[in-house]
Design a protein around this ligand. Structure first.
Ligand code: KIV
Length: 287
């Protein structure tokens, strides 16, 4: 564990690995400092997911996300956390071309953000790249099953592992990524029995999203869980999301009240205005 300014110990890759078969691993996404600060209080691992393209920027998919976007958000999240292990997603096009392209961009992300690890999507076809990074000091998390960066090629957002062929492929992918040296593996939208088999078969922790409770850990997109993911008030989130609250309702309410107040000249009130004649208030900007 590394020691931070405050003396708090940050979870390490080893700490995450040691939880397999013992304690469930709590993971959440964060893209911004305020959410990261809150997630850090409870999560073992915080992922700066490329889902930020859809959730924060309203993109149609994660495909247009750039390395610069991941660096900027990664820096904000690392700076706002003390305890959780921070992993940053490698965006589409930043690692698929060659192992050296992957190393170049992974090293850039790690230097610029201070994150402990990167995550990349792909199975056996990415094993050589994962091995290249791992053997050169870059901790890698894998991501198989539904791979959002490849939805255009693979036929959309759907549950993976429904056919024997798909099941064999996912098992083969999991083994290849483990063998290549990844420290953990995200299983997205994978049938429960298959997720159980993979979790039992490999020695590294599986982190499920839509892959049932059999996985070693769980991850959700925080904004999905709190009703702020751009699906809008009353809109659906995927079946695997448990929505613990719907902050969109409160935000909509607050914005409506504010607009009404401004139009009716109820805001700002005297208590929100500066009064130059009052000595004690003269230089006070904050409450
Ligand atoms: O981009 C992301 O947020 C992810 C998680 C959903 C696993 O990859």
């Amino acid at each position: 564990m590394s020691t931070q300014k405050t003396g708090v110990k940050r979870t390490t890759i080893r700490g995450i690995a040691q939880k397999k078969g013992r304690d469930p691993i709590v993971c959440l996404t964060a893209y911004t400092a305020p959410v990261a600060r809150m997630a850090d209080q409870h999560a073992d691992l915080v992922l700066v997911g490329d889902s930020l393209g859809m959730v924060l920027y309203g993109m149609e998919s994660t495909v247009p996300v750039s390395v610069d976007m991941m660096v900027n958000h990664g820096r904000a999240v690392v700076g706002a956390t003390e305890k959780a292990l921070v992993v940053v997603d490698m965006p589409f096009g930043s690692y698929q071309e060659s192992a050296s392209q992957a190393f170049h961009n992974a090293a850039l992300i790690m230097k610029e953000t201070g994150a402990a690890a990167v995550k990349l999507e792909g199975g056996a076809e990415m094993a050589e790249t994962v091995a290249f990074l791992s053997s050169r000091g870059i901790a890698v998390m894998g991501h198989i099953g539904l791979q959002p960066q490849s939805v255009h090629a693979t036929g959309g957002y759907r549950v993976m592992g429904r056919t024997d062929r798909e099941q064999d492929k996912i098992m083969n992918d999991a083994r290849a990524i483990e063998k290549a040296g990844a420290f953990g593996l995200v299983l997205e939208c994978v049938d429960t029995d298959l997720a159980a088999k993979v979790t039992q078969d490999i020695s590294i922790p599986t982190i499920g999203i839509g892959a049932s409770s059999v996985c070693d850990g769980q991850i959700l997109v925080t904004e999905d869980m709190i009703g702020l993911s751009g699906h809008g008030v009353g809109h659906n989130v995927p079946k695997f999301v448990k929505q613990y609250t719907n902050v969109s309702l409160d935000i909509e309410k607050a914005i409506t009240l504010y607009a009404d107040d401004v139009r009716a000249r109820r805001f700002p009130g005297a208590e929100h205005a500066y009064n130059a004649t009052s000595e004690s208030e003269k230089l006070k900007v904050m409450k």
